[in-house]
Every structure is written in C-alpha cells, then in structure tokens.
Design a binder for this molecule. Structure first.
Ligand SMILES: [Cu+2]
Length: 591
C-alpha cells in the first residue's frame, strides 16, 4: 500500500457547514426550490468552484417535513449555462510516477469531453427514500429544461427518516449530482420525539459525504474547477478529496455531550468504511447506531468492529457520546475502504494507515471532531427504538413471488464497460438458448434472461400489498449498492456463491452461467448481514460472490418506478430497470 507524501490542501481547517434548514411546516407545506448555477468554495485554500445546486448551494437546503403532513415542492429549473464540470477519461490509468490518475487532481492528459461540455441543465428530481406517487417520483426520462418547472406532491405518509433529493436524469445523473444537485430531506415523527432524540442544532448534525476532484492550472495549482475523471481501467470516478456538507475535510467543534449524526454517503461511486480514531486508536465504542435508510431500527446496535460501511445512498443515524473528553481532544473520522469496493475487510486498528493509492484511496481523511469546553453529560440511549415493524422471516415468505436478477459486467472494446441487470425467468424444459443454472445442492433452477437493458419490456409487476422476495445475484467482482424506489425492504439473506460464465456466455442480451450456492474456498468475505442492516432499507450492498435476498412489499402507490445500482456511473451505463406496481384487481385485465 502506497500513500502520497502530503495533502494538496490542509485537512481539518474549515468549519463543517450545516446546510440551511427549510422547514415545510413554516411554509404551510408549500416550498419553492430553484435549481441555479452558483459558486461554492470547497476549501479555504481553493478558488471558488462553479456548481449547480438547489438554491444554488452545495449541498442544497435540508428540507424538514413531518410525517402525515404533505409537502408540495415547486422545483424550478433556473439553471443557466453549461455543465460546470470537466469530464474526462484519462488516456492512462497511472501517471508518470506510477500513481493512479484518479488519486491526483487535474485531467492527467485527458481531453475534456465535448458532449459533456455542451450539456445545458436538464433535470429531474427524485426524493430518495420517499414513499411517493409515481408521477412525482422523478422518472429518469421525464426531464425539465432550464426555464421549466415541476410541481411535485409528497404525501409524507412514512416514518421518520433521513432521505435525500437529487437529480436523476437518464445517462447523466453522475454529472448532475457531481455538479452539486443533491440535498437532504428529514422526515420527523412523534416516535422519535417520545424517545427524546436530538432534533436540530446543535446536537443533531447531518453529514452528507461525497468525493470530489478539481482541475489544475498550467502551474499545477488547484483551480477549483470540478473534474469528473475516469480512466481506461476504472469506469467510475473515485475522487481523492472527501467533502462533507460541501467542505473538504472539515472540522466540527463539539461539546462534551451526545450528538446525533445523520450520515449519508452521497458519493457517485465511493464506498466509505468510517472509523472514528482518537490518539491513533479506534474509538468506535462511542458510537451507537439507532437508524438506517428508512429510520429507526428496533434496538440500538454498535457499528461493525471494522467500521461503519456506507455505500452510495446508504444512511446511518448515529448517537456519538463525546462526554468525558477533555477540551481540545480531537477525534478524526477516517475512511478505510479502497475503491472500487469489493467487500473486503480492513482492521479498524490500522485506520491511520489506510491510505492506499492502488486502492484509489490517497487520503483516508473524512472530517474531525474537536471537543470544546462546555457542560457535558451523556444522554441516555433508549433501549427500544422502533416498534412498528417485525423482522422479516424466511418461512413466512415461502409462498411469496420470487424475482431473480443477475448483476453482470460486460467488457466492451474502446469504451467503458456496460453493467446491466439481467432479469431472469424460469426457462421452459424445451428452452434451447443460453441459461443461468442456479444449483442449490441437488436442486437446479434454469433461468433465461427476459430483460437486459433499461428500455426492454417491463417484466416486474409487483402487486400492491403482496410480499415478494427479490434475489440479487452478483456475477461481477465489485460490490453494488442496489436501490429500489418506493417502499423499503428488509435483507433476508446473503449467500456465498461460486459462479462460472463460459467463454462467450455473456451476450448483449443473453447470459449463460452456472451459479452454485456454495462458498468458494478462496472467498474471504463473510457474507454476513450486519446488525445495522437489520432494519428498513432502500439500498443494499450486494458483494462479489454473493446472492442477496430481500423481502419487499409495495403498499400504496401504483405506477412505473425504477430500481438500480446507486453507483451513478453504473446506473448511467444501464444498471437500471423499471418495475410497475399494480393493484391486485387489475391483474385479470393484464394481457
Ligand atoms: Cu453497480
């Protein structure tokens, strides 16, 4: 593992910004949010960057809503000018010093992509985690251009949780979000208030974590211009600078008290494994996790001993006890996850040595907490949190409809790989074409591919109110965070698998593969469901050599929705598919 000698800008000098709060109740539930070009300073020592942001800011305002109180947002697209991001594919994966180009600023010899430079601000807004009618869910092709607006109604009939709103335009979500189009959305409810959890400043702090890269001028100085850089070996942009609430490596002064951190990984592609370090040692015992993507879990849990894993779009609700620490004490949040992430572990005790340029992690820094003088007391942590859901049980789901999806990566000559979701259906006995054979002991199920690309015919029609089991079969070498729009799900199982794709088995639409439900002797992943994943989720990490089973029930809204990988470069390269939720009584009329 190699690290770089020094950071291009000083870490832990800018104060952590907290995005402006926009409370729907103070505006009778009617909000106007304008998308605007603006400027933003990502670090004290960086020039201003041109950005696109909600209200022109990075991140956008944090919208706060109350369960059961609908919110109407007029999303006004007032974006002017062209995409404020230079997009490039560097010609080589490493620079003259052998350092991977994604670890350094600048274009690394790449040409600016002219098509990206020509983009004007077409947008569509998705509220991630929202239980939202299909018309307002932000269908990826329903764009609105500069000068146009959309009025979306959000019923907010959903439990308290940290959601986020972001752009979702077909093919360029990665660029619009990277330009700054993302913001947090907090739903609150009475259950959280009964528990006395911190609400609002100073003890509730949202942390939107992203990675960004910047251009260099002719003298090699950072210009602040945003750079989305990939290379011939890695199709995702893994930028070297971690940005929290819009600042590179910020610092937050905290009282010696309990803080509630609402953490979201809003990066395009990077997975974080967060370790809190004090005086060189991991200090994870201060952290208790009380919630996940869709709000409170049933009981508090420690974060995993290696650190808190968050792939793109995953959230964590944390209570961190800073009491008993002397003023001036510093605690640093570090990231130990290399990129692209493949599920492999890294000991928290080595977090300070996690820098690894080959793992596209030149700087593990995320942010720092610094204890300020003040009255301090730990806050008691409630033992029972959520009581409104039961853990999903395999046996209760024995008769539930099952859906199978293979995640595959197709290598292409001269252009970035395609990642697709191959929807599978049982193959008839006389089916002559390629099949995916799923072998579980003595039992074999043969599947054929029924959909391979986003625009292929819809094959998933879940019935409202009916439990379903979806099986996500990862035949790639990377971890994919798979996100379902609309209702949350629970993770039922992770099964280790071995798989083989024969020579020529991966067609443009077809797939031949043998998948065995058994552990490869060389497989070092534990394929466990972490305690903090046993809640209501909307995004799940599907690791290599693994099948993940989830239980989902769509409850309320009929219509056309999407599910996809939340690595935005994958989503934009075809790792996305539609599904249509239907009321049961319409089934007899479906041709
Ligand atoms: Cu993916």
């Amino acid at each position: 593992m190699r690290s770089l000698a020094s950071t291009p800008v000083a870490p832990f000098v800018d104060a952590l910004p907290v995005p402006r709060r926009l409370c729907a109740a103070e505006h009778e539930g009617r909000l106007t949010v304008r998308m605007r070009a603006g400027t933003h300073r990502f670090h004290r020592d960086l020039p201003e960057s041109a950005v696109w942001g909600y209200e022109g800011t990075v991140p956008g305002p944090t919208i706060e809503a109350e369960r059961g109180q609908p919110v109407t947002v007029e999303w006004r697209n007032e974006l002017e000018g062209r995409l404020p991001v230079v997009v490039t594919i560097a010609p080589d994966a490493v620079d003259a010093d052998g350092v991977p180009v994604q670890c350094v600023p600048g274009l690394s010899g790449g040409q600016p992509d002219e098509d990206a430079a020509a983009l004007t601000g077409h947008t569509v807004v998705h509220l991630h985690g929202g239980l939202t009618p299909a018309s307002y869910d932000g269908w990826t092709e329903n764009l609105f251009a500069p000068g146009q607006q959309a009025v979306f109604h959000y019923p907010m009939n959903q439990r308290a949780a940290l959601l986020w709103y972001h752009d979702h335009v077909m093919g360029i979500t990665k660029l619009d979000v990277y330009a700054g189009l993302a913001g947090l959305w907090i739903v609150r409810d009475d259950r959280e208030r009964e528990l006395g959890l911190p609400e609002g400043p100073p003890f509730e702090v949202p942390l939107l974590i992203q990675d960004r890269n910047f251009d260099l001028d002719d003298e090699g100085r950072l210009t602040g211009r945003l750079v989305h850089k990939t290379d011939p070996d890695v199709m995702e942009a893994f930028a070297p600078f971690t940005v929290v609430n819009g600042k590179v490596w910020p610092v937050l002064d905290v009282q010696p008290a309990t803080y509630r951190l609402r953490v979201l990984n809003g990066s395009n592609a990077r997975t974080y494994r967060l370790v809190l370090v004090r005086a060189g040692e991991p200090d994870l015992d201060r952290i208790v996790q009380i919630g996940t993507d869709h709000g409170l879990i049933r009981a508090p849990v420690p974060v995993p001993s290696n650190g808190l894993l968050l792939a793109s779009a995953e959230r964590a609700d944390l209570l961190v006890d800073f009491s008993g620490l002397e003023p001036g004490t510093e605690l640093t949040l570090l990231n130990t996850a290399p990129a692209p992430f493949d599920g492999s572990s890294f000991a928290a005790a080595d977090a300070e040595h996690a820098a690894d340029v080959e793992g596209l992690l030149p700087y593990p820094h995320v942010m720092r907490f610094r204890i300020s003088p003040g009255p301090g007391a730990p806050r008691p942590i409630p033992r029972d949190l959520a009581t409104d859901y039961e853990p999903a049980a395999q046996d209760a789901l024995a008769g539930a409809p099952r859906r199978a999806i293979a995640l595959v990566e197709r290598e292409l000559d001269g252009e970035p790989n395609m990642l697709t979701m191959r929807e599978l259906a049982p193959a008839a006995d006389d089916h002559a074409g390629p099949v995916v054979s799923l072998i579980d002991g003595g039992r074999t199920i043969r599947y054929r591919v029924v959909a391979a690309h986003f625009e292929d015919t819809t094959t998933f029609f879940p019935m409202l109110g009916e439990d379903e089991v979806w099986q996500l079969i990862n035949l790639t070498g990377d971890t994919h965070p798979i996100h379902l729009h609309l209702d949350p799900f629970q993770i039922l199982a992770r099964y280790p698998i071995r798989h083989e794709i024969p020579e020529g088995g991966m067609g443009e639409r077809d797939l031949a593969a043998t998948v065995r439900l058994e552990r490869d002797p060389d497989d070092e992943l534990d394929h466990a469901i972490d305690d903090n994943e046993r809640g209501l989720k909307d995004t799940v990490r599907v690791n290599p050599q693994e099948i993940v089973e989830i239980a989902v029930r769509f409850t309320t809204y009929s219509g056309r929705y999407m599910y996809h990988c939340h690595i935005l470069e994958h989503e934009d390269r075809d790792m996305m598919r539609p599904f249509v939720t239907m009321p049961m009584e319409l089934m007899p009329f479906m041709a």
